[in-house]
Design a protein around this ligand. Structure first.
Ligand code: NAD
Length: 421
């Protein structure tokens, strides 16, 4: 029996099982590595604008505290549950370990639809969630960050609620906050920038000239928009497909990304209404031919059904958990056709620059954007090299290699410390 139910945690468990087999981890050590140390569920009652009261459910899962604080985003989404949050906390642990950050993984969530809340209601949900979490978090215990449905403003409300309780400003309690409150330059763009850096490394490995490559990006939020814009402007790729939860567009000649950006900017970030002629079924979009496919939205979009049909040269996983284990087995057989940059490597730019933000807050000494980006690319380069070398040496997929490195580091830390953390 476990509280971590549902398809997303089942996926994290299956992936971990495969890695544990690969690393020959004894059976009695596995549960301790996989199951989170703590999970907290809270009720969040809010006065709605119409005078009624609604109670939302909020979660925080802290996977392990072996190396220091836990670290991870908070997701505001209608269907989020403890199983999904638990899985995301597990992935965060492998991701932080792979990048060499002194963190365990965590994740949080509130089951609500932020698009349907007014700004005042969103603020009330954010503040009450942090208020309920105060006994369980702290700059050296658990540091939150944005994820789907949350942003810099939500982080500012979290930071303010925590700081009012402590009695002075504590910017290091969250990352991804506005620069004016101790956020770091380059954090908002970090995940997308990291995705693009790694795509360029993969193109280089495949000896493909980046200029004129074609790309499809699913999701136009923080990760998807920055990735698409940087692929177009920096890499010289043609964005042939783009989608969000409201619309999907495809044109093999290339989409006008500047016009899309202006449209999203004027329409609360959504793509609906940009074009009628170029609309395509969202399911079909990710099966269109392209050099670079970037899922940057939700989990399990590449599955047993479509993994055999995707026609990209590089699958760059901007989202967490976009590929199911069944799809993974299919992609493993297609290793010569599709190079996978697995999520825990591909989107790690976000947590890496979050770590830089936390370090700057603790030191009260702030860096220039060039320094942030320089250090980001250095860590990504190290992780990319380790993963691809290990994959080649052991004839395993990039995902297996990345997870093996992450799991090994956590395992070693736990072995050295003992049963507590
Ligand atoms: P966001 O809320 O800013 O954007 C999410 C986007 O996905 C929106 O454009 C939304 O419309 C779209 N979307 C939702 N459901 C969709 C669907 N079914 N099909 C197509 N598009 C859909 O979120 P984000 O921060 O960009 O996060 C996206 C993914 O990246 C998540 O998996 C998140 O965990 C992961 N991630 C984010 C960061 C970060 O720094 N923000 C870091 C690492 C990983």
């Amino acid at each position: 029996m476990t509280i971590y139910t549902g398809p997303v945690f089942a996926m994290a468990r299956e992936q971990f099982g495969a890695i544990a087999d690969h690393l020959d981890i004894p059976l009695d050590e596995r549960d301790r590595l996989l199951y989170p140390k703590r999970a907290i569920t809270v009720s969040i009652p809010i006065h709605m604008d119409d005078g009624s009261t609604t109670v939302f459910e909020g979660y925080r899962v802290q996977h392990h505290l072996t190396f220091g604080a836990t670290k991870g985003g908070v997701r505001f989404a209608p269907n989020v549950d403890i199983g999904e949050v638990g899985a995301l906390s597990v992935w965060m642990s492998w991701k932080c370990a792979l990048a060499g950050l002194p963190y365990g993984g965590a994740k949080g969530g509130v089951a609500c639809d932020p698009q349907k809340l007014s700004i005042r209601e969103l603020e009330a949900v954010s503040r009450r969630y942090m208020q309920e979490m105060i006994p369980f978090v702290g700059p050296h215990t658990d540091v939150m960050a944005p994820d789907m449905g949350t942003n810099e403003q939500v982080m500012a409300w979290f930071m303010d609620t925590y700081s009012m309780h402590i009695g002075h400003a504590v910017p290091e309690i969250v990352t991804g906050k506005p620069v004016a409150l101790g956020g770091t330059v380059g954090r908002r763009e970090a995940t997308g920038r990291g995705v693009v850096y790694l795509v360029e490394r993969a193109l280089n490995q495949l000896k493909i000239n980046p200029v004129g490559t074609t790309a499809i990006v699913q999701g136009y939020g923080n990760v998807g928009s920055v990735t698409a814009i940087n692929l177009a402007r920096r890499t010289g790729s043609r964005i042939v497909g783009i989608s969000d939860h409201t619309a999907a567009y495809y044109d093999p000649r290339g989409l006008d990304i500047d016009s899309i950006e202006r449209h999203a900017g004027a329409n609360r970030g959504v793509l609906a209404g940009w074009s009628e002629q170029l609309a395509i079924d969202p399911g079909e979009l990710i099966e269109q031919p392209c050099d670079i496919l970037v899922p940057a939205a939700v989990e399990r979009v590449i599955n047993g059904e479509n993994a055999g049909r995707i026609k990209c040269r590089i699958l760059a996983e901007g989202a967490n958990g976009p590929t199911t284990p069944e799809a993974d087995r299919i992609l493993d057989r297609r290793r010569d056709e599709v190079l996978v940059i697995p999520d825990i490597l591909c989107n790690s730019g976000g947590v890496i620059v979050s770590y830089f933000e936390w370090v700057q807050d603790l030191q009260q000494l702030f860096w220039a954007e060039t320094e942030v980006n320089d250090k980001l690319y250095r860590l990504l380069e190290m992780a990319f090299t380790q993963v691809t070398k290990r994959a080649a040496a052991e004839n395993i997929s990039n995902r297996t290699a990345a997870m093996a490195i992450g799991v090994e580091k956590v395992r070693e830390g736990k072995r050295l410390r003992g049963l507590f953390p």
